[in-house]
Write a protein that binds this ligand. Structure first.
Ligand SMILES: *Cc1c(COP(=O)(O)O)cnc(C)c1O
Length: 441
């Protein structure tokens, strides 16, 4: 379900040879496949078609490049946003505010005012104080704010602790026990219009039952609210996971496989597991259909995760008595997933070597942190200085989390469409690094 594969020993993205592209734009660089993004969107949308009235609001925090947003807007996607800046980008990319939902626990008054004036479809409210704030801002603007309340179903979804959100100990949403009272309060506030109910149980979830369990747990409440306040939509959030281990073979031929890494407990990134959109749809359609409402989905990672790779070049090799290091030109500032939540990325050479010998190495970046690694004690093909590699499945939570730590300029992003590769964000220069900085006079 992605467009990266080896052809005659060279890794291609659609019709573009990645080694050639890397030589042109330099490394490190992010590359995205338009075909994969579109394919993921369409496949999910088709799987959910039996629902009838539905809206896929792409969670753009996963990848907010304007070209990606534009491509999805053209497919008819709405957007799930988490800041005023994200709404600004959606509008710049040709998206519509009335197809956007605004999530997040810390919306400021200025962001609320902006989204309201742009005609946002719904504020997904995360606390009672936020509800009061939205009412106040709407009153001042002389507008009525459409809202949904994010309800935490207290469902345990197997994923990494930093990306689990549906348990009562998480900071997200309002507990099932409090939800009815908060809706009652919302109904009493003059500048609010109750539009829906939202939930989101977490990210990188590879089993369908927890999603259905969340819907079933919320159904009695939704039916009650529907008759009381005339709800228009129910949003099941995002969280559908993707394959990280064995990522290439999930697309096409894999000529070698990385071994399972260490003894981690992130069962969600184990080799081979995947959640097909059809499996997900088969599980949730029945309970969702029973609600008789418009259904919203907020996939982020599923749409873009396997549609992107991070290209990098091997700089040096280095051995200590206990380790062999391969030092590459990409760092944790460019792709922080391994450091932040032990994220796993397959490492594929852009040119297959003739030998199939593997060696156990740590693949690390140049940043001055021990957390700056892409793989530890992993068996990879023998890599020499100058060899170029792809860190697979880097399309989600990749570039968007990049920083300029160590004064490393932000990377270019390239969008591939068939034989055509377009630099859709240029590489920052050293001058860009000091924009806005001043010496005191
Ligand atoms: C992050 C987030 C999503 C998207 O999660 P994915 O795992 O990328 O699908 C959807 N909805 C909300 C409210 C989120 O915070």
């Amino acid at each position: 379900m992605h467009s990266f594969r080896y052809v005659d020993g060279s890794l291609k993205c659609e019709g573009v040879d990645l080694e050639t592209l890397a030589a042109e734009v330099g490394t490190p660089a992010y590359v995205y496949s338009a075909e994969t993004i579109r394919g993921n969107y369409r496949r999910l949308d088709e799987a959910l078609a039996p629902l009838g009235d539905r809206m896929i609001c792409y969670a753009m925090k996963a990848n907010g490049n304007l070209s990606v947003l534009n491509l999805l807007a053209k497919e008819g996607a709405g957007f799930d946003i988490v800041s005023g800046g994200e709404l600004f980008k959606v509008l710049k990319a040709g998206g519509r505010a009335d197809r956007c939902t605004f999530a997040g626990v810390g919306k400021t008054a200025a962001e609320i005012d902006y989204a309201l004036r742009q005609g946002i479809y719904s504020f997904n409210v995360e606390s009672e104080e936020e509800l009061e704030m939205i009412n106040e801002v709407a009153g001042r603007a002389g507008l009525v704010a459409p809202i949904a309340i994010r309800v935490n179903p207290d469902v345990d979804a197997p994923t990494h602790k930093y990306i689990s959100t549906g348990k009562s100990k998480n900071k997200f949403g309002i507990g099932l026990d409090r939800a009815a009272a908060v809706y009652e309060r919302a109904a009493s506030l003059p500048n609010l219009k109750i539009r829906g109910l939202q939930t989101h149980i977490g990210s990188q979830i590879l089993k369908a039952p927890p999603f259905a369990e969340a819907v079933r747990k919320l159904t009695p409440l939704v039916m009650e609210l529907k008759s009381k306040y005339g709800l228009e939509f129910f949003s099941v959030g995002g969280g559908v996971g993707i394959v990280y281990r064995g990522a290439l073979s999930s697309g096409d031929a894999a000529w070698w496989k990385g071994s399972a890494e260490g003894s981690d407990d992130i069962n969600s990134e184990k080799e081979g597991e995947r959640l097909a959109p059809e499996t997900y749809a088969a599980e949730v359609i029945e309970p969702l259909k029973a609600l008789g409402l418009r259904i919203l989905f907020e996939p982020g990672r599923f749409i873009v995760g396997n549609a992107g790779v991070l290209l990098s070049t091997v700089l040096y090799r280095k051995s200590t008595p206990t380790k062999n290091f391969v030092i590459v030109d990409a760092g944790m500032n460019d792709l922080i997933r391994p450091a932040l939540y032990e994220g796993y990325h397959e490492i594929e050479p852009l040119k297959q070597c003739s030998s199939t010998v593997l060696e156990k190495v740590d693949v690390v970046g140049p940043v001055c942190e021990s957390g700056d690694f892409f793989a530890q004690d992993r068996e990879v093909p023998v890599l020499a200085p100058g060899d170029r590699i792809a860190l697979m499945s880097s399309g989600a939570y990749g570039f968007v989390m990049a920083s300029t730590y160590n004064a490393r300029p932000l990377l270019p992003e390239v969008l591939v469409e068939g034989e055509k590769a377009t630099v859709v964000r240029t590489r920052q220069t050293w001058n860009d690094l000091i924009v806005g900085e001043r010496l005191p006079t």
